[in-house]
Write a protein that binds this ligand. Sequence first.
Ligand SMILES: [Zn+2]
Ligand SMILES: [Zn+2]
Ligand SMILES: [Zn+2]
Ligand SMILES: [Zn+2]
Ligand SMILES: [Zn+2]
Length: 451
Amino acid sequence: MEANTTNNISSKDSHEESSRSSIVGPLNFAKDTSSLEPPTSLVNERTVPCMFCSNVYDFHSRDNGVDQYLAHLYLVHRLIVGDVKEIACLPSYCYYWRDKFSSEPVDKYCSSMLLNQLPDGTSSSNEKYFLLSDIEPLDYELRQRLKREKLDLVLTRHQFERTDRNYRRDCLYCRDFRSETRPEFISHLYAKHFLLLGKSEHLVFVDELIEIVQDKLNQLICLYCEKVFKDRPTLKEHMRKKGHKRINPDNHYYDRFFLVNYRLKQKPEYVPIAKRKEESSVFNSDDDSDSDWSDWNGEEQTTTCLFCTHSEANIDTLKQHMVDKHSFDFTQTVHGMSFYQRVKVVNFIRRQMHIRKCITCEQQFTDYKSLCEHMDTEEHYRLSKESNGWDQPEYFFPTYEDDQFLCHLEEIDNEEPTTSEEDGSIVISEDLNARINIDAESLSLENFSLQ
Ligand SMILES: [Zn+2]
Ligand SMILES: [Zn+2]
Ligand SMILES: [Zn+2]
Ligand SMILES: [Zn+2]
Ligand SMILES: [Zn+2]
């Protein structure tokens, strides 16, 4: 079996820094390029050859093809892959190293260790083994890139699922409902049947999720506590009475359906509210500082200015504040942008202000005051035309917990009649329930067979 080198996703290479160009090799996320629909599953590659010999493993097989693969690496080639569950796309990873090892020796990229046993467990002194891990820069780079590619794919899929109008599916419960879009289907389940799967803005791979839910219900299994019931009416009664009409947040099997679990681990860092409050002490220049943080936790949901601590209950008043005080016209800035681009713009500005970097020229300052002086004098309260620094997938995730600004980003331009989203504001900041074990082994489908 030949390593397939023709299907790597290279479309993003143009904006990848050159430091990553040393990584060549197959990334197999979107193998089926004939279909216009973004892939519904993360890894289409089934068969993966050993990094060293001609053995081939079926990663989708029921009898743990991945385990067999890893066992083979250990038993026959004495190689251990470090933190294997954290690799975003194991088949791509394996293909990459197979390619490398075809021309270069193992020692070059692996640390070696001496153990006093043979792979089968019999004792024997000073037996040499290899560890392939992200201590090796190339391995680190590869893992990071796989994660980014995966996030990209997931976001593409998410965007598709939000807008695709061909999701025709009958309701799980009633007869006369047939959806057009996935958000519509999800909100019908909640509005009519009180079945809470999560907000559709937070969900991805919805088709598969619905299949799983359907399957559980058919098998008379409660979604939440996973007990089995004798018939459908008893199950329905149980789920209704116990408030079990939602998926079990402790079951990591569902992690991959929540967007938040694809967050890249590193930057931008996530700033908890408590920390942000501390920071507010440095924002002393504003006149009406007494109205700022005192009511942050109050009943009223206020939105905070992108540039200072000023907050308002009404978003339009706040936008006017930004025009008056900072010469920044948000509405005009994001005109013509998609919902996702708006989210990125907000998170980008928040991030830059947090780390004291100018949003236009990216110049770094040591304190908030000198940053503001610079932005005032240079008229840098605007997005740079030349750089699209804000348009990176990491800015899809909120910089601040519970950022109310993100609830006011609907596309209000009347260019086209908006779709049937009657539910008003779109909230991106995720609820705690959805933040299920971010670092878990959730990141690749094939890993589920290991559990
Ligand atoms: Zn082998
Ligand atoms: Zn229904
Ligand atoms: Zn239950
Ligand atoms: Zn302000
Ligand atoms: Zn600047």
